[in-house]
Design a protein around this ligand. Structure first.
Ligand SMILES: Cc1cc2nc3c(=O)[nH]c(=O)nc-3n(C[C@H](O)[C@H](O)[C@H](O)COP(=O)(O)OP(=O)(O)OC[C@H]3O[C@@H](n4cnc5c(N)ncnc54)[C@H](O)[C@@H]3O)c2cc1C
Length: 452
């Protein structure tokens, strides 16, 4: 049987772009890719990149305050949101074009259209065209959702936050995950009076307990009003804003309500159920270790499979798929020991097991240190950092590392290499400290804080 193309990729985000490029440029395959929105997907257009640029923007008030403590005379004339927003948009357009030319240069044919699947080898575009493909890759990502509460239309999601006409004076962020917590910090840093509601007992569920407590305390100390055990019952439009009626009995008014309570796999309406692709309870496409669905010619990678929803993971899954199917290099992406960072202020970097997870598996030693770092101590700031190692008593291997500190994302990337290589606590101890730094604490913690 002959096909119009060897691979049809649906979705031009992190996973789809990597798979298309490797299959075409290194696998010699004929590749088509459909993208219904802007090339680059969530990460580039409405996720990691614009968010991180907003994180940078929001950090300047602290930097200016610290500069004064260090002898500089710095006076801010305030934050110009429209100016920042225009610069942000220009940068996203630059990146979008770069993604587009990378694909074109690799020989991929781009279709700016929505695609659906007609049968195991046929894709239909919103333009009306249909194409047959030997393999189809679903890389359609995820989408934020707002729960079905009265007044839900008054809320925005992270998709809209980058396009606001004006910055609000008072914002409510609903949710306790990393996206909610990051935006609470961003808004606060930009001068917005920020409240965060989370229905659970502590924000950042799933991360190391001591680390999440440290981040939450620091956020509160900086002036973010975090209300755990609190959810929104309904939202009401008022003459001056949006009233949030909450489960704790409170009724407060805000100018902006940002819902970041979760994202769902973006797989509905693609025609996949009809042809036998299997779905999980959260609407995610079920795949095996090779990212293959129940229909052998159809594969899926990235957030639509709801495994670990991070850009580098979608990229690796897409790459492994292309290596396996088009380069004759069978590759299974290993989802173990994935480092990650939360760009709150302060940042949290994590790799491996939390103290709680490790304790459930085997006897451990915990090395944990919290202290005021030199730079902010000098500036008279109360900020504390946390350095934490979880060590196996039996093998001495470092099972987890958690850092709450400025640039924790940068630090955890390096710690992750050592942990991935199987470093023991004694390997850390043998490593000479770099002085004076925050991270030298990682190699100077001699006595366990606790065992168990
Ligand atoms: C606010 C926010 C912050 C984030 N921050 C980070 C971070 O700091 N670090 C990190 O690692 N990850 C972060 N993420 C997660 C990261 O963005 C995702 O894990 C990653 O983008 C997933 O890539 P993907 O290829 O699976 O899907 P996506 O990047 O979502 O791409 C899917 C693409 O498919 C397109 N599409 C969907 N359906 C169709 C169709 N039928 N036809 C044609 N095109 C279609 C969409 O338009 C989209 O462009 C963040 C996410 C958000 C929302």
């Amino acid at each position: 049987m002959t096909f119009d193309t060897d691979l049809f990729v649906i979705g031009g985000g992190s996973g789809g772009v990597r798979a298309a490029r490797i299959a075409a440029a290194e696998g010699g395959a004929r590749v088509m890719l459909a993208e219904e929105s802007r090339m680059g997907g969530t990460c580039v257009i409405r996720g990691c990149v614009p968010k991180k640029l907003m994180v940078f923007a929001s950090a300047f008030p602290d930097l200016m305050e610290d500069a004064n403590a260090y002898g500089w005379r710095v006076k801010s004339e305030g934050f110009d949101w429209p100016r920042f927003r225009s610069a942000l948009e220009a940068e996203l357009t630059r990146l979008e074009n770069a993604y587009r030319s990378t694909l074109t240069n690799a020989g991929v044919t781009i279709h700016d259209a929505r695609a659906t699947v007609v049968d195991p080898h046929t894709v239909r575009l919103s333009t009306g065209e249909t194409f047959t493909a030997k393999h189809i890759l679903i890389a359609t990502g995820g989408w934020p959702f707002v729960p079905d509460i009265p007044g839900r239309d008054l809320a925005i999601t992270s998709n809209e936050i980058f396009h606001l006409d004006t910055l609000p004076k008072r914002a409510l962020v609903v949710g306790g995950g990393y996206i909610a917590s990051e935006f609470a910090c961003i808004l606060h840093g930009l001068g917005v009076e920020t409240t965060q509601y989370y229905r659970g007992a502590q924000i950042l569920r799933g991360f190391d307990d001591e680390s999440r407590g440290h981040v939450a305390n620091a956020m509160q100390a900086r002036g973010i009003a975090i209300h755990c055990g609190t959810d929104v019952l309904r939202l009401e439009k008022t003459a001056t804003g949006i009233r949030a009626v909450a489960t704790d009995g409170s009724e407060k008014e805000f100018d902006l309500v940002l819902y970041a309570t979760g994202r769902r796999p973006n797989a509905a309406g693609l025609g996949l159920q009809e042809i036998g692709v299997k779905f999980g309870r959260n609407g995610q496409i079920l795949v095996d270790d090779w990212s293959q669905t129940a229909v052998p010619s159809i594969y899926a990678v990235g957030d639509v499979t709801d495994r670990v929803n991070l850009t580098p993971v979608a990229i690796r899954e897409g790459h492994a798929f292309a290596d396996t199917v088009f380069r004759g290099i069978p590759t299974r992406f290993d989802h173990d020991l994935i480092p990650s960072a939360i760009f709150t202020q302060p940042e949290l970097g994590s790799v491996g097991l939390s103290e709680e997870q490790a304790r459930d598996i085997e006897p451990i030693e915990v090395y944990s240190a919290t202290f005021r770092p030199m730079k902010t101590l000098f500036a008279g700031r109360p900020d504390r950092v946390l350095m934490k190692l979880i060590v196996s008593q039996a093998t001495r291997k470092v099972l987890g590392c958690h850092i709450v500190a400025p640039d924790a994302g940068e630090l955890i990337q390096l710690a992750a290499i050592a942990i991935r290589m199987g470093a023991t606590k004694e390997d850390f101890d043998r490593t000479v400290a770099v002085h004076p730094t925050i991270s030298e604490e990682l190699v100077t913690m001699r006595k366990p804080t606790r065992k168990g």
